[in-house]
Design a protein around this ligand. Structure first.
Ligand SMILES: Nc1ncnc2c1ncn2[C@@H]1O[C@H](COP(=O)(O)OP(=O)(O)OP(=O)(O)O)[C@@H](O)[C@H]1O
Ligand SMILES: [Mg+2]
Length: 272
């Protein structure tokens, strides 16, 4: 792959993307020539040290931040701003505070022109799926952090975007709910053919869900390693988690991330 040229079946493409925040003396170089390609229909995870630029990369793909330089494409088209083709679940699970839970869930499919019946069916389906029955008429401020996160997931899952960008989407959930949501995401991805890029700190989660795992260096972030999974995602969770393929993938990624985190900690120590 050429650093600036995506292949034909690229779902997500970043070619030598750099990003500097601020102006003048307070500049922060968040990304430096980050190159990443996720083929259409693949499930990819992005892992790396805290502060290395993972969220920045995701927001650039979402069109909420612009790159300082480099090529950014979604399904072969340049990213120039947010779009309904890309669904983003933010790290802070931003909901519309002036809309109820049901209205938040319906937002995306309404924008796509769904009928009244479709909207109402989707709301019921996702309230049930996300264990939020009885909360449809509540506002986000009345919910716990984990419940808000489930509404944010429901809102994005409900309209099935071509590209799904997730920033630590299960961070606020207890481990059991987290497993349920992971399996729901897996089912949705398998039945829809969408391209997924998920940022996570949980390497078991990355190894369980992904076709491809990309490791980022310490800031300024670059992609420094890629691990392709050989796991059959149609198997049951227990079979996957207990398989030698899972253990090997997890351990390889763990060692790689560990190296980057160590480099990141010694760099911040040197600065102190
Ligand atoms: N809007 C902004 N203005 C200025 N600096 C920013 C902004 N957003 C991010 N940064 C800086 O860019 C760097 C990368 O931040 P980013 O949020 O992308 O990291 P991350 O890898 O997602 O970290 P974490 O794993 O902790 O979520 C950090 O040094 C951060 O301070
Ligand atoms: Mg982040």
């Amino acid at each position: 792959m050429q650093a600036l040229t995506p292949s034909q079946d690229a779902g997500i493409f970043l070619g030598e993307v750099s990003k500097t925040f601020g102006n003048g003396s307070q500049n922060v170089l968040a990304l430096h020539k980050a190159t990443l390609e996720v083929r259409r229909g693949r499930f990819a995870s992005l892992v790396g040290p805290s502060g290395c630029g993972k969220s920045t990369l995701l927001y650039i793909l979402g069109g909420f931040e612009s790159a300082s330089s480099g090529v950014v494409q979604a399904l072969g088209k340049p990213v120039t701003g947010p779009g309904i083709d890309r669904g983003v679940v933010f790290q802070e699970y931003a909901l519309f505070p002036w809309l109820t839970v049901a209205q938040n869930i319906a937002y995306g499919i309404k924008s796509k022109g769904a009928s009244r019946d479709e909207v109402s069916d989707t709301i019921q389906r996702y309230l049930k799926l996300m264990h939020l029955e009885g909360f449809g008429a509540r506002y986000p401020r009345e919910l716990s952090g984990g419940m808000r996160q489930r509404v944010a997931l429901a809102r994005t899952f409900a309209y099935q975007p071509d590209i799904l960008l997730l920033d630590e989407p299960f961070g606020a959930l207890d481990s059991q709910t987290r497993e349920l949501m992971q399996d729901e995401l897996l089912r949705m991805w398998q039945s829809s053919g969408m391209t997924v890029l998920m940022v996570t700190h949980d390497l078991h989660e990355a190894a369980y869900l992904s076709d491809d795992i990309y490791v980022m260096s310490k800031r300024p972030g670059q992609i420094v390693a890629h691990y392709a999974s050989t796991i059959d995602h149609t198997l049951e969770r227990e079979q996957i988690m207990l398989s030698p393929e899972f253990t090997e993938l997890h351990n390889r990624v763990w060692l790689s991330v560990r190296e980057q985190v160590k480099a990141s900690l010694s760099a911040s120590g040197a600065q102190a």
